[in-house]
Design a protein around this ligand. Structure first.
Ligand code: F6R
Length: 610
């Protein structure tokens, strides 16, 4: 969590840094701060609260200078406060940090014994003191001091450092946490992710774990983990700057919901051949022979990505006929999960940086399993760790609640299931063609669904005052019920539960009463009749029903208070469609309540702590 930005060039650094932080605020937003070298020394301004508070302070107290670093925080060590906000300063050094220093206690004690007085509760301040001490001990400049200091750290970090005696220099380092360098014309930037830098450059350098880099307006010098000069290639990123703008929408989340047709289409583009009924996911690094030899697929993920993985299991078992396990990243280690060399472990993660999923991947790799990443962020930690990647191509997702990345993950997982099914010789060409054809039609069906957004907004008014909402679905709609509930709770703060419709009678039915809205996903699919019975059970207990039903299903009128129509589509692709109105429903409830939809309380988009 936390976002960092650095700028060195010829322009005034502070506005550029604040602008970059604005794009990173989804990573944390309890306090923010900035340090700028004004040619004489390092000036620091910090503020408790969202970035706009810092921006206001800077209006009254502008910082001059063309080199600077900034930070937006999601508290881990020490409560949100101005003292704990970054940058942290020790002598001539200012540091911003994203990540967690695991040996911070021991280092803090050591520094305290040496007479250091701390002014915050953070683990970051320790880094500033370590760098300062290395300078005092005769390090050959800031780069060398940072290199020596980070050698003392264990845990995950991405840092950017300014030094009073080296104007025009930022030193950056990473281990486990993301850090991207942007190479502009006569300027150099660093940031926690690509969108923070896009308005300046599309030329990016991705640092490796253990790298320490010196950024100057005219160039970049990188030392690898072995302290030797390292060449890190520049890469052109084809995300355009406007992709990271709200583009007239009230919130990023709403924009991203509306971008789903393109996110799905882009994820499919160039990867399938309808005539040949085949899929070509060239980057997955798993040829047809290896695919045939698989004994099991093991999906690991967290949150919304876990729900995508749950849908993926249905597809992998029914289409590719491969036994499939799904596990939460955070549980893999603690239940002693078993992995085998003939497992394909698929790590599903929008950010590619989620600590729990990374830990699961490491466990699987240690057992010799092959790992495939399904991620949206190029070169992020999980694709780096994996043997192959199947990138979703949703473009930058800024809203904390994941939407377009979820449907792009579904598209990628369905492609994977078809690929494995064909490679293993268990999926006939005609069936593969039907599935791929249905998948290709999803973007335009999503488009139609989004055309009914105003109706969903009207239904949302029904839920605004609800204290609890139950979501039910069966088969492929069960994970979508979980996802609908998660979306609602995380941005509207309404308690919501997702349940397999068949489980209702085993407990949750006790909750049904006129004050409990029940959202039932009931398209005319293989589970239709059974789910219909569940709706009747809810109605018999006077529970108000909001039904997601197939267009033209007249029987639904007598059973539900509100009907949200879903286009008729083959069962296999329904999850990509049914989830869209549920995202809109959550959005409109939260917006009606006046919540900060893009930055819900207590959450951060990239969860780099376990
Ligand atoms: C919910 C949401 C989170 C993430 C989860 C995993 O809307 O976005 O539940 O899905 O934190 O994140 P990734 O996919 O980046 O691993």
């Amino acid at each position: 969590m936390c976002g960092i930005v650095g700028y060195v060039g010829e322009s005034s650094a502070a506005p550029i840094i604040v602008e970059g932080l604005r794009r990173l605020e989804y990573r944390g937003y309890d306090s923010a701060g900035i340090a700028v070298h004004d040619g004489h020394g390092v000036q620091v301004v910090r503020a408790l609260g969202k970035l706009r508070v810092l921006a206001k302070v800077l209006e009254d107290r502008p910082l001059a200078g063309t080199t600077g670093i900034g930070h937006t925080r999601w508290a881990t060590h020490g409560r949100p406060s101005e003292e704990n906000a970054h940058p942290h300063v020790a002598g001539p050094v200012a540091v911003v940090h994203n990540g967690i220093i695991e040996n911070h206690r021991a280092l803090r004690q050591e520094l305290a014994r040496a007479g250091v007085a701390f002014s915050s509760d953070t683990d970051t301040e320790i880094i500033a003191h370590l760098v300062h001490r290395e300078l005092q001990a005769g390090a050959a400049g800031l780069l060398d001091a940072v290199r020596r200091a980070v050698a003392r750290l264990s845990g995950a970090y991405a840092i950017a450092v300014l030094g009073r005696d080296e104007p025009g220099v930022i030193v950056a380092a990473r281990q486990g946490s993301p850090l991207v360098i942007g190479c502009g014309e006569g300027e150099m930037l660093c940031g926690s992710d690509i969108p923070a830098l896009l308005s300046h450059t599309q030329q990016m350098v991705f640092l490796e774990d253990g790298d320490v880099a010196e950024l100057r307006a005219g160039g970049l010098r990188v030392l690898g983990a072995d302290a030797k000069p390292a060449l890190r290639p520049r890469r052109h990123i084809d995300w355009s700057p406007v992709m990271a703008e709200r583009g007239g929408y009230k919130h990023f989340m709403l924009k991203e919901i509306h971008e789903q047709p393109e996110a799905v289409a882009a994820t499919l583009r160039g990867r399938l051949d309808l005539d040949a009924s085949s899929v070509h996911p060239s980057e997955i690094g798993l040829g047809p022979e290896a695919a045939g030899a698989l004994r099991r697929v093991y999906l690991v993920a967290c949150g919304t990505s876990f729900h995508a993985a749950l849908v993926g299991r249905y597809w992998l078992e029914s289409i590719a006929q491969v036994p499939t396990v799904v596990e939460l990243g955070s549980e893999v280690r603690y239940r002693g999960a078993l992995f085998f060399p003939d497992d394909l472990v698929v790590a599903v993660s929008q950010s590619g940086e989620t600590a729990d999923t990374i830990a699961a991947v490491q466990t699987a790799k240690a057992a010799g399993a092959r790992v495939l990443a399904v991620a949206n962020v190029l070169d992020s930690a999980i694709p780096r760790l994996a043997h192959g990647s199947l990138y979703t191509r949703a473009g930058p997702e800024i809203g904390v609640a994941s939407t377009k990345c979820f449907t792009a993950q579904l598209a990628a997982l369905l492609l994977l299931a078809v690929y494995l099914g064909r490679s293993r010789g268990v999926l006939p060409a005609e069936r593969a063609a039907e599935i791929l054809q249905a998948l290709c039609e999803v973007p335009s069906q999503m488009h139609d669904l989004l055309g009914d957004a105003d109706y969903v907004r009207a239904v949302a008014t029904r839920l605004v005052h609800a204290r609890h909402v139950l979501f039910l679905g069966r088969g492929l709609s069960f994970p979508i019920a979980l996802e609908g509930a998660l979306k609602l709770k995380e941005i509207s703060y309404v308690h919501a539960e997702g349940y397999a419709a068949g489980e209702m009678k085993h407990g949750p039915i006790a909750l049904i009463e006129p004050e409990l809205p029940v959202v039932v996903i009931c398209p005319q699919d293989a589970a239709y009749d059974k789910t219909l019975s569940n709706i009747q059970e809810v109605r018999a207990r006077e529970g108000p029903v909001v039904a997601l039903a197939t267009k033209g299903d007249e029987s639904m009128h007598d059973l539900s208070e509100h009907i949200i129509w879903i286009p008729r589509a083959p069962d296999v692709v329904l999850p990509l469609l049914t989830v869209v109105p549920l995202q809109l429903l959550a959005y409109y409830v939260a917006d009606r309540k006046g919540h900060d939809v893009d930055q819900p309380r207590n959450l951060a988009k990239t969860v780099t702590v376990e």
